[in-house]
Design a binder for this molecule. Structure first.
Ligand SMILES: [Zn+2]
Ligand SMILES: [Zn+2]
Length: 343
């Protein structure tokens, strides 16, 4: 079968690989109908994911049809149309039982697919713990509508959930890339008083302005001032930082009001500094990221009810055989790309 692999530092390559087989009775083999390219794939390509194994098939955002299941798979059946979860989790350890599936203690627990084991930018994928890692797509939901459920939408949903957003809150979301927009969609479900989105890229700002007219969109330079003017208590009640750079990290705690919740789901490429003396007395609560993707059934049901729609994020479509071209567009942010769907 065709598969896009992490050949070595800086190089992904489309190549032929044998079709995966069941290795454990809790596995399933899924025929992939659609996958996507995620910014984390680029992190692998450029060496900022130390756990990534060379030679593995990349890709961790996908939907497909179950082709085969191991004898111990109970919930999922051959022929089911499913989303694949970015996280691999056993469902039985202390962390899984408490919903902290990102910290599953299984040897393949956490982000394994497309990083430590073969992922989904291919024709087939083997999914360990299939009963946990796969979610059935309701008949009324299309593959396109479900494509981001297992990764960036799970991330956005989780970020909005742990941020404890209330209807009286002014919420600041920093970063309007694909994950930022998913976070925005999930924050909107909580009906906060106001949502402000801060984004440096003009294309992305325009995307948010055009699609979500009730949201206040601001450039980083004007973020602090806008947040102070638009909020009732000297800063945002909730800040969700999705952008992942030094400046956005600083903006996150600076724009928060005293006793606010600051949720950091961004992945940084170096350590950030928390200047505690400067924020002494501000009494902020920080929550930090690494998605616990255990809400996929609920997300799929919200999509079926028409409450979440991520299809506008898909700006490009390519067949798997042209994935190298898709990477070029995604990596170099060409042609106003937001997300690419690989068919
Ligand atoms: Zn991802
Ligand atoms: Zn576990």
């Amino acid at each position: 079968m065709l598969a896009c692999i992490y050949k070595n530092h800086g190089v992904f390559e489309l190549t032929e690989k044998p079709k995966p087989t069941i290795l454990d009775q809790k596995d399933a083999i899924v025929r992939i109908t659609m996958s996507s390219i995620c910014t984390s794939d680029l992190h692998i390509k450029h060496g900022s994911v130390p756990k990534a194994v060379t030679g593995i098939t990349v890709g961790h955002e996908m939907v497909g049809i179950v082709e085969e299941t191991g004898a111990e798979v109970k919930k999922i059946k051959k022929g089911d149309r499913v989303t694949v979860n970015v996280e691999t989790f056993c469902g039985e350890c202390f962390f899984c039982k408490n919903g902290f599936v990102n910290n599953c203690t299984d040897k393949n627990g956490g982000w394994a697919l497309g990083c430590r084991i073969d992922g989904g930018q291919a024709e087939y994928v083997r999914v360990p713990y299939a009963d946990q890692g796969l979610n059935k797509i309701p008949d009324s939901v299309s593959d396109e509508q479900a494509l981001f459920v297992g990764d960036i939408l799970a991330m956005g949903f989780w970020a909005a959930r742990i941020s404890e957003i209330k209807e009286t809150d002014t919420v600041l979301i920093i970063g309007a890339g694909p994950t930022g927009i998913c976070t925005l969609l999930c924050a909107m479900l909580k009906n906060p008083r106001k949502i402000i989105v801060c984004e440096k890229d003009e294309t992305r700002r325009n995307f948010v302005k055009n699609h979500y007219t009730n949201v206040i969109v601001v450039e980083p330079e004007n973020c602090l001032e806008t947040v102070y003017n638009e909020s009732e208590h000297g800063g945002a009640d909730v800040v969700i930082e999705v952008a992942g750079n030094e400046e956005s990290f600083k903006t996150a705690w600076q724009s928060a009001r005293p006793n606010a919740i600051v949720t950091v789901v961004a992945l940084y490429d170096k350590p950030m500094v928390l200047p505690l003396p400067d924020m002494y007395g501000k009494n902020l609560t920080f929550k930090t990221g690494g998605v616990d993707g255990c809400d996929c059934d609920e997300i799929l049901s919200l999509i079926a009810q028409g409450k979440i729609d991520t299809t506008p994020l898909i700006t490009h479509k390519f067949p798997l055989k042209d994935i190298e071209k898709a990477y070029d567009i995604f990596e170099n942010k060409l042609d106003n790309v937001i997300k690419i769907c690989i068919t």
